[in-house]
Design a protein around this ligand. Sequence first.
Ligand code: DQA
Length: 151
Amino acid sequence: MKTIFILNGPNLNLLGTREPAVYGSQTLADVELLCNQACASHGFKLEFRQSNHEGQLVDWIHEAGQFQASGALAGVVLNAGAYTHTSVALHDAIKGTGITLIELHISNVFAREAFRHHSYISPVAKAVMCGFGVSGYAMAIAGLAVMNAGV
Ligand code: DQA
């Protein structure tokens, strides 16, 4: 059984109370439950994590790279939060490991402030999704299932 890493960056631990008009009222624990259900229905193991620290996210991408090298990785779903718009280190980690990665945002970043329109992740992501609310996480898992089936 292959593993999906779902990595969440800064401030996503505040889901549920953080700007609910933008991010909704579900908590990160609710999102983890939703991801567990989606992974179970597609036959994947789930590693669900959150950190407010850029280097920790880099380390987890390296760990996912080891899974990829041994054939045990279905892919990574990364909501890098604000690091999306600033982090060359995350860009380099994704590129350096060659992992299959889906960039995800809960909100439609293109309908928001101009500083959210640029992403360091998009050029090294296999796919990008945004604006579906937290349902996007389940959709990204379904997308990885399609990619892994080679469709
Ligand atoms: C976000 C969008 C980012 O611009 C923001 O900094 C976040 C969350 C989203 O999920 O919509 O923290 O990645």
